[in-house]
Write a protein that binds this ligand. Structure first.
Ligand code: TYD
Length: 392
């Protein structure tokens, strides 16, 4: 049975940065979260059609932060060690701007990326990239043209797919008998522990717990052999390694530890979700109170990092350009545009980081340490809502 536990109100496409002329046609939907009390999978109550989010103008570039560049390099280095004498056939689902596959040999690496702008970039880099969604037809095409794959990798992608059971079944189809499916997505435990409700937005059709993944992968003929937690990636992510049930690779101790931990923090208990919803409401109240008191004192507040996550926060809390004058962001695709739903202008850091800035709302709170080490002048004047509303 599915139980709704959170309602974050009307929300736009989180990465739908727009121009003034696009405002009248902006798409809004009801952002709610529910939990399935059989599998404990947390999903959005309403899914947004994939083509509206992942298209030729998709703005999120994984390469935009050093943290992510380093993470993907380290990941790629670890996997390439496993290549041995025989080249490992690798498929990445959701290759974005090539931040991961660029470390692999294009001769035996293929990719899937529905955002046409990025698929074009990685095709030009020499990696055969299918500009399509991961579905039955594409899985069969890959099987037919490239055969079974030894490594199927997906970072911040599987949680985007509404029909997740089917998506995992298609991974099982293309995975070689001893192959490994490695995927990383934001962790439900981290979201609940940190009160980071902004992981919920249109693209995140699901926020995975290991518990829910164990249930769904089992039905797709796979089993989890390892779980690694990255506290610094997207505010806390789990990397899951899974194999076909027939594969003999043993399960690491980390798997049971993850199940035990999730049981201990109550992820299989409806009360946990209801209590979490109360904390989210308090976070909203506290953020509005802080912003209003700074505004009343005549302070200039800007936003730092126009992340998808900040779209959820700004729209849920009703914060617009009367409170946050503008955002700064390093992503060229976002600069000169407006934030989705709240229509706050986005400037380059060079334009917006002026001496008269009093406070900066940290939209990219997940990069707090990277940002605070380069923005020492703003120390103590960053506003964040994670894990509770405070200045940092
Ligand atoms: P991010 O947290 O990566 O993703 P999501 O959109 O999934 O919530 O977004 C961070 C944004 O912050 C991204 O647009 C890049 C930007 N950014 C800066 O402008 N400056 C920085 O120093 C860093 C680290 C990020």
């Amino acid at each position: 049975m599915k139980k709704q536990f959170l309602n974050l109100g009307k929300q736009p496409i989180a990465n739908g940065f727009l121009q003034e002329k696009d405002i009248p046609n902006e798409y809004l939907f009801d952002l709610t979260a529910e939990v399935d009390t059989e599998t404990w999978l947390v999903s959005l109550g309403q899914f947004v059609p994939g083509e509206m989010m992942f298209n030729d103008t998709y703005a999120y570039r994984a390469s935009m932060s050093n943290t992510m560049q380093k993470f993907f390099k380290r990941e790629a280095d670890a996997f390439r060690k496993g290549e041995g004498d025989v080249p490992m056939k690798t498929l990445e689902i959701g290759s974005n701007d090539g931040v991961f596959i660029k470390h692999f040999d294009p001769k035996h690496t293929i990719a899937v990326e529905p955002c046409g702008n990025f698929a074009e970039e990685t095709n030009k880099m020499g990696y055969k990239t299918y500009p399509d969604f991961w579905d039955d037809e594409l899985a069969l095409t890959i099987l037919d043209k490239h055969g079974k794959q030894d490594l199927v990798f997906a970072a911040n992608c599987m949680c985007h797919i509404p029909a997740i059971q089917n998506a995992f079944e298609n991974v099982a189809k293309v995975l070689s008998d001893d192959g490994v499916f490695v995927f990383t997505d934001p962790s439900l435990a981290s979201m609940i522990n940190r009160g980071s409700y902004d992981q919920l937005y249109d693209e995140h059709a699901h926020i995975f717990s290991v518990t829910a993944l164990g249930n769904i992968l089992d039905k797709a003929g796979m089993r989890i052999i390892d779980v690694e937690h990255f506290s610094g990636i997207h505010g806390g992510s789990n990397q899951i390694s899974a194999v076909k049930k027939t594969c003999l690779t043993p399960e690491s101790e980390a798997v049971q530890r993850a199940y035990d931990y999730e049981e201990a923090i109550g992820l299989s208990n409806l009360d946990t979700y209801m209590n979490y919803a109360k904390r989210v409401q308090k976070s909203k109240d506290d953020l509005i109170t802080l912003l209003m008191s700074l505004k009343q004192r005549g302070k200039k507040i800007i936003g730092y990092g126009a992340s998808s996550k900040s779209t959820t926060v700004l729209n849920y809390c009703g914060v617009d350009s009367s409170v946050i004058e503008y955002f700064i962001d390093t992503t060229p695709e976002k600069q000169g545009k407006l934030t989705p739903g709240t229509h706050i202008p986005i400037l380059t850091p060079e334009e917006g980081l002026t001496d008269d800035v009093d406070f900066a709302f940290l939209g990219a709170w997940n990069f707090a340490s990277e940002i605070s080490s380069k923005e020492k002048a703003l120390a103590g004047r960053f506003i964040t809502h994670v894990p509770m509303v405070h200045l940092t």
